[in-house]
Ligand binder design. Structure first.
Ligand SMILES: Nc1ncnc2c1ncn2[C@@H]1O[C@H](COP(=O)(O)OP(=O)(O)OP(=O)(O)O)[C@@H](O)[C@H]1O
Ligand SMILES: [Mg+2]
Length: 528
């Protein structure tokens, strides 16, 4: 066989320079190779060092489904020899090693007959990045190819494969950055930067816990009633972690329709289901290198729970409709206002997922347990609304502040913020043309708490008889537990007896009777 001609090389270089897509570039390369070396099939495969897999990138003369096949080097002795070599490897016609393309050549049905076979390792910077394989039904056809022709072909194939892989890597990175930017723009700006206000002992303890556990990669489960600041805690954990430069991606598990959860979390490929008109990355891959915040995890349906568990165990995701499994490096932080242990006991939440998630549980205390913080928070929110309303200064009367600390705040910090905002509006209307506005008790009284009815749980002190430890016996311990459980559920259900009875799976009248005996009363305060 004669050497590859200089004119063929120049023609190929020009062709490759004009190719717009990888497919086009490889097609031209393979056509030139077939002109220089007579063969029945030719293929370029890329090599992944981690998985030791060879993936066909471009081919001619082999069935199309070959493009979807992955060849594990260990399973294919011919490919293994090519990968280990530093120059062309020829296999004699009578070589007994199995051929990876047996049954895949287009012009041939059934077993491959005696044929010639050759492989070239594709090296870039002395690193194996792929292989080029050639097969021919004419025995010994590859024996007398000039070494220079082989050297030129393997250098060209390696350079093109390297360019294609680099472009793919850059495209993936650019796509990932685009998705991260899109994700960040969906998150409210104030959440990204907001500080956690509070100096009470409960809040100090919480901040210490955050500082302790944030730098680890532990999965965290944040508990707390509605509006206590769970999202802020999740954000703080991320900011204080080694992942702070990457993004924190927020998923509200309660807002996802059941049929789309899997695709939302793990992504899907085009055509995976009706409506999947293009490939879409899931939240896990967008959060790769960063943190995934799974809010309201208690609302996740059981089917999605088992899929999530697998990801947490293996750090691997599989997009809907795709065979390929991808490794991800994501720290998961979850939050819930449900009693997950109770959810597990009642079969609504998987026990194994619960244990996986609660590697380090954190409880955000309700506002009524950190009364010291109310004044600071009120100051923080007054300052915020002042800017929004364009008022020079807003102050608060002592009576106004003490009114705030008397209230039970079932809606916690969020309710306090809304309350302050409404009071500021009322006060501004009351004192038009005033640059300095003072919030007074009048502004509270003129407010109507519409969203959540204020609920105060009253414990009958005589009846509660919180026993000291020496007096504890089975009956009192059980009653204390019942009292705490019922109070907590009543708080969560905004003082609604029927909802609480349903959660506790009790008859409503029985719950009322038991609560009465335990000294629990619900007082609803509606401030007109
Ligand atoms: N310590 C705090 N300092 C300042 N603002 C706070 C604090 N805690 C909560 N907030 C504010 O209160 C509001 C509610 O907080 P967040 O959304 O984090 O609560 P949550 O516990 O996630 O509530 P839900 O269970 O309803 O989702 C937000 O506007 C948040 O910025
Ligand atoms: Mg929240």
């Amino acid at each position: 066989m004669k050497e590859i001609s200089t004119s063929a090389l120049i023609e190929l270089s020009l062709d490759l320079a004009q190719s717009l897509t990888n497919k086009d570039r490889f097609d031209r390369l393979l056509t030139t190779i077939r002109k220089a070396i007579s063969c029945d099939s030719v293929a370029i495969l890329s090599f992944d060092e981690n998985s030791q897999l060879l993936s066909p990138i471009a081919l001619q003369g082999l069935s199309r489904d070959t493009l979807g096949r992955r060849f594990h080097v260990e399973d294919h002795p011919r490919l293994k020899l090519i990968c280990a070599a530093d120059k062309a490897v020829r296999f004699a016609s009578d070589c007994e090693l199995p051929d990876p393309y047996d049954g895949l050549l287009i012009d041939r049905e059934g077993d491959l007959p005696v044929h010639a076979c050759m492989g070239l390792p594709l090296l870039f910077d002395d690193k194996l990045i792929g292989v080029l394989t050639l097969d021919s039904f004419t025995p010994n056809v590859f024996n007398d190819i000039p070494p220079r022709t082989l050297a030129v072909i393997s250098a060209m194939a390696a350079a093109n494969l390297n360019a294609a892989l680099t472009i793919e890597l850059l495209e993936n990175r650019a796509m990932h950055s685009e998705q991260v930017v899109a994700e960040l723009s969906l998150q409210p700006a104030q959440v990204q930067m907001q500080q956690m206000i509070g100096k009470s002992s409960a809040m100090t303890k919480l901040k210490q816990e955050i500082a302790l556990v944030a730098p680890s990669d532990f999965t965290i489960l944040i508990y707390g009633e509605t509006g206590v600041g769970k999202e802020l805690v999740a954000n703080d954990l991320h900011i204080q972690s080694r992942r702070q430069k990457a993004t924190i991606v927020h998923v509200n598990c309660a807002a996802l329709p059941e049929s789309l959860i899997e695709s939302e979390l793990f992504g899907h490929v085009k055509g995976a289901f009706t409506g999947a008109d293009k490939n879409r990355a899931g939240k896990f891959s967008i959060a790769d290198g960063g943190t995934l915040f799974l809010d309201e995890i208690g609302e996740l349906p059981l089917v999605a729970q088992s899929k999530l568990l697998r990801v947490l165990q293996n750090n691997e995701i599989q997009a809907v409709g795709q065979d390929k499994i991808t490794k991800v490096d994501v720290r998961v932080i979850a939050a819930t206002n449900r009693d997950l242990a109770l959810e597990v006991a009642e079969g609504r939440f998987r026990a194994d997922l619960y244990h996986r998630l609660s590697v380090y549980p954190i409880t955000v205390p309700p506002l009524r347990d950190r009364l010291d913080d109310i004044t600071l928070l009120a100051g923080f929110f007054v300052e915020k609304i002042k800017r929004q309303l364009g008022i020079r200064q807003i102050s608060m009367s002592d009576a106004f502040i003490s009114h705030l600390t008397e209230y039970n705040w079932p809606g916690n910090v969020r309710e306090l913020e809304h309350f302050i905002n409404r009071a500021a509006l009322k006060s501004m209307a009351r004192q038009p043309n005033h640059a300095l506005v003072k919030l007074s008790i009048t502004d509270c009284e003129s407010l109507k708490i519409t969203k959540s009815t204020a609920v105060k749980l009253m414990m009958d002190e005589d009846d509660t008889k919180q026993q000291n430890s020496e007096q504890l016996n089975f009956k009192t311990v059980t009653e204390n537990f019942q009292r705490q459980l019922i109070s907590r559920i009543l708080h969560q259900e905004q003082g609604k007896w029927s909802a609480a009875a349903k959660r506790l799976q009790m008859d409503r009248a029985n719950l009322n009777r038991l609560a009465k005996r335990l000294g629990i009363k619900v007082t609803k305060i509606i401030v007109e």
